[in-house]
Design a protein around this ligand. Structure first.
Ligand code: BES
Ligand code: MN
Ligand code: MN
Length: 475
C-alpha cells in the first residue's frame, strides 16, 4: 500500500518529468501526427497500420505488457495492459482512436495537414485534437509515471481503435471476442473537448448516436434532353430534393413515423443544468461564421438542440451536371448522403430500418429509390453520480487550475454505448481538445495549454483513481 504522502511525491515527480521533457514530447507528437492515418481512404491503409504499429512500439517501450496489434474486419485495434498496481487496485480501460478524418479541402490548409505547424501556442495538424493528440497525451502521462515512479498507481488497459471516424464497424465483434483484454472497473475515453478555449475543462456525460444512409434516385435509362423529355420524365434530382425536404417539418422535426417514440425527454433538472452553463449565442454564431443560429426544433434552446435532441442532415448531394456553364438534361440519377444524430433511448438499428422503409414508401412510382445503410452507433449517457466522476473532477481541477463543468456532446463515439451494452463498463469522458479546434475541418488544432494541462490532469487522474478501491470505483 502506498501512503498518501508517497502518492503526492510521486505525482509531483511525474509532473516535473512532463515539464522537463516538453520539447521532446512535442517533437514526438509531430512525428505521430505526420502519419496520415485516414481511415476512410483505401490508399491510406498502410499508413493507418503504420500508426497502429507506432503505438504498439510506444506502449512496449513504456513497459506496457502484451502490447498487441489485432487484425479486424477493417483497420487494426491496439491493446496493451499494465496490471501490477497491487491487490484491490482498480483497473481502468483507456480508449482513444488513432484514425483521422480525410483532410480535404487541402487548399484551405495553411500548411499541409500532415506537416504539423506550431503557431500561437497551438499545434495545427489533422488529428491534433481528434483524436491522435489526446491519445498521445495518454502515452506521455503513462510515460511520466513509469519513468519516475517506475509504476502506475492503477492498473491500466489500453484500447485504441482505427475505425472511429468511419463508424467503428469492428468494435462490437472485438469487444465480444476479447472481453478478457478489456475487463475493467471503468473506462476513460478521451475523444471530446474542454468546455471552452479559456482553460475550463469538462467532463462529458452524454454523446449522441448516429445513423447514416446513402440514397439514390434512378430515373431514365440515361441522361435525356430536358426539352424533349421535360414534362414527361420525372426528374430524379427534383424527386430527391422533394423527398429530402419532406423529412423535416415546419417545427424543425424529423417526419419519419416513429422516429421520436424512444426519445427520452429532458427532465426539469437537466434543462436547468443546460440553462446554468455559460453560453453566448452571438459569439457562437460569429465563431461558426453563420448569420444566426437556425430555428431548429421548436421548444428547445440552442444548447439543448446541440446535444440533447435528435437532428437530421444532408451531408452531401450530387448528380446531374455541375460543370462549367449549363447543360440542359434530366439526369439519369441523383444521390445524397444523409444522417440523423440520435439521443437516448433511440435505437440506431430500428431507426435505420424506419428511414429505409419511409423513403421507399414516399418514393413516387415514376422513379426507383435505392437506400443503403452506411453506418450507425448508439447514443450514450454516462452517470454523473458515478464514483469516478468526483475523482476525475479533482484531477481536472488540479491539472487546469479550474473546476470542470459537465456537458453533453453532440458528436458520437460508438464505443461508449458498446462497452456498457456488452461488458457493463461505464465510461468517464475526459476530453482535452479545444471546442473551436476545427474538428473534421481544415487547420485542425489543439492548444499547447490543453495538451500540457490535460497531461497533468491524467497524471493526477491515475493517482486519484488509484487511491480508490476497485469496489469503490465500480460503484
Ligand atoms: N471525437 C468525435 C466525436 C465528438 C466530437 C465528441 C465533439 C465530443 C465532441 C468523433 O471522432 C467523431 O467525429 N465521431 C463521428 C462518429 C461517426 C463517424 C460514427 C461523428 O460524431 O461524426
Ligand atoms: Mn474523435
Ligand atoms: Mn471525429
Amino acid at each position: 500500500m502506498t501512503s498518501q504522502t508517497d502518492t503526492v511525491r510521486m505525482t509531483d515527480a511525474a509532473l516535473d518529468y512532463l515539464r522537463e521533457h516538453q520539447d521532446q514530447h512535442l517533437a514526438q507528437l509531430d512525428a505521430f501526427l505526420s502519419i496520415p492515418s485516414v481511415s476512410a481512404d483505401p490508399e491510406r491503409v498502410a499508413d493507418v497500420r503504420r500508426t497502429a504499429e507506432w503505438i504498439v512500439d510506444e506502449l512496449s517501450r513504456l513497459g506496457i505488457e502484451r502490447a498487441t496489434l489485432h487484425e479486424t474486419s477493417h483497420h487494426p485495434i491496439v491493446t496493451g495492459e499494465w496490471l501490477k498496481a497491487g491487490d484491490g487496485a482498480p483497473t481502468v480501460l483507456v480508449y482513444c482512436h488513432y484514425d483521422v478524418q480525410p483532410a480535404d479541402p487541402l487548399e484551405e490548409w495553411i500548411r499541409p495537414p500532415f506537416e504539423p505547424r506550431h503557431e500561437n501556442d497551438r499545434v495545427y495538424a489533422r488529428g491534433a485534437g481528434d483524436d491522435k493528440g489526446q491519445l498521445f497525451m495518454h502515452l506521455k502521462a503513462v510515460e511520466a509515471w513509469m519513468k519516475t515512479a517506475g509504476r502506475l498507481p492503477v492498473n491500466l488497459r489500453f484500447f485504441f481503435e482505427g475505425d472511429e471516424e468511419v463508424g467503428s464497424e469492428p468494435i462490437e465483434q472485438f469487444i465480444s471476442d476479447h472481453a478478457e483484454l478489456l475487463q475493467a472497473d471503468v473506462c476513460v475515453v478521451s475523444d471530446g473537448d474542454t468546455f471552452d478555449d479559456e482553460g475550463t475543462p469538462a467532463i462529458g456525460h452524454g454523446l449522441r448516436g448516429i445513423a447514416y444512409w446513402e440514397v439514390k434516385v434512378h430515373g431514365p435509362r440515361q441522361d435525356v434532353h430536358s426539352g424533349q423529355y421535360g414534362g414527361g420524365v420525372d426528374n430524379p434530382a427534383n424527386v430527391l430534393v422533394r423527398m429530402l425536404a419532406s423529412l423535416t417539418d415546419a417545427d424543425g422535426r424529423f417526419t419519419v413515423p416513429g422516429f421520436y417514440d424512444d426519445v427520452r425527454e429532458l427532465t426539469d433538472d437537466e434543462r436547468a443544468a443546460y440553462a446554468s452553463l455559460p453560453f453566448d449565442e452571438r459569439a457562437w454564431a460569429d465563431e461558426t461564421g453563420v448569420a444566426q443560429p437556425m430555428q431548429g426544433e421548436a421548444g428547445y434552446t440552442l444548447r439543448e438542440r446541440l446535444s440533447a435532441r435528435p437532428t437530421f442532415d444532408v451531408n452531401g448531394l450530387w448528380g446531374g451536371y455541375s460543370g462549367e456553364g449549363s447543360k440542359t438534361i434530366i439526369p439519369a440519377w441523383a444521390a445524397a448522403k444523409i444522417s440523423t444524430r440520435l439521443v437516448p433511448d433511440q435505437d440506431h438499428r430500428k431507426i435505420e430500418r424506419q428511414v429505409v422503409d419511409h423513403l421507399k414508401a414516399i418514393a413516387p412510382p415514376t422513379v426507383r429509390v435505392e437506400v443503403k445503410v452506411i453506418h450507425g452507433g448508439a447514443p450514450a449517457l454516462t452517470p454523473l453520480d458515478h464514483p469516478g466522476v468526483a475523482a476525475a473532477a479533482r484531477a481536472l481541477e488540479a491539472g487546469f487550475g479550474t473546476a470542470p463543468l459537465f456537458q453533453r456532446s453532440g458528436g458520437s463515439v460508438p464505443v461508449v454505448a458498446a462497452l456498457d451494452a456488452h461488458l457493463g463498463i461505464k465510461t468517464l469522458m475526459v476530453g482535452f481538445a479545444n471546442p473551436t479546434g476545427n474538428f473534421h475541418a481544415p487547420n485542425e488544432w489543439m492548444s499547447l495549454r490543453n495538451i500540457r494541462d490535460g497531461m497533468a490532469s491524467l497524471v493526477h487522474l491515475w493517482a486519484e483513481l488509484g487511491a480508490m478501491g476497485a469496489d469503490e470505483l465500480r460503484g
